[in-house]
Ligand binder design. Structure first.
Ligand code: HEC
Length: 103
C-alpha cells in the first residue's frame, strides 16, 4: 500500500501522469459530456472546435470560463447552454483551460 502511494507520487512529480487526467474527471463530474464530446458534435459544439475558435484569443480562458458558468446561446447556433452555476470560479477556469488545450 505504502509502495503504491510512493509510485503514484513519483508519477505525479515526474510528470508521467498527466494532470489533465484530473481535469477530465472534472468534466465528467460536472456532466459536461451530456452535451459535449471532444471530437464529435453532440448537442453542444465539439470541445476541440471550441479550442480552435479561441486559439488566437489572449483572454480565452477567462472568456470561456465565464461562458461556462453563465451559459447562453448564439455563438455556435441557436442551441442554448444552461448556466453551470454550481461550478466554482476556480473549477470553471480549470475546465476552460482544459478545453482550450484540446487542439
Ligand atoms: C444541456 C447541454 C449542455 C451542457 C450540460 C453543457 N453545455 Fe456547453 N454548450 C452547450 C451548447 C448548446 C453550447 C453552444 C452555445 C452557444 O452557441 O453560445 C455550448 C457551448 C459551450 C462552450 C463554448 C462557449 C462559447 O461561447 O464559445 C464551452 C466552452 C462549453 N460549452 C463548455 C461546457 C462545460 C465545461 C460544461 C460542463 C460544466 C458544459 N459546457 C455543459 C450545451 C451544453
Amino acid at each position: 500500500m505504502k509502495k503504491s502511494i510512493s509510485v503514484f507520487i513519483f508519477l505525479m512529480l515526474s510528470g508521467t501522469m498527466d494532470v489533465a487526467f484530473a481535469d477530465y474527471d472534472l468534466l465528467v463530474k460536472s456532466n459536461c459530456l451530456a452535451c459535449h464530446y471532444v471530437d464529435k458534435r453532440k448537442y453542444g459544439p465539439k470541445l476541440n472546435e471550441i479550442a480552435a475558435k479561441y486559439a488566437t484569443d489572449a483572454n480565452a480562458a477567462e472568456t470561456v470560463a465565464k461562458k461556462i458558468k453563465a451559459g447562453g446561446s448564439g455563438v455556435w447556433g441557436e442551441d442554448m447552454m444552461p448556466p453551470q452555476a454550481q461550478l466554482s470560479d476556480a473549477d470553471a477556469l480549470i475546465l476552460a483551460k482544459y478545453i482550450l488545450n484540446l487542439k
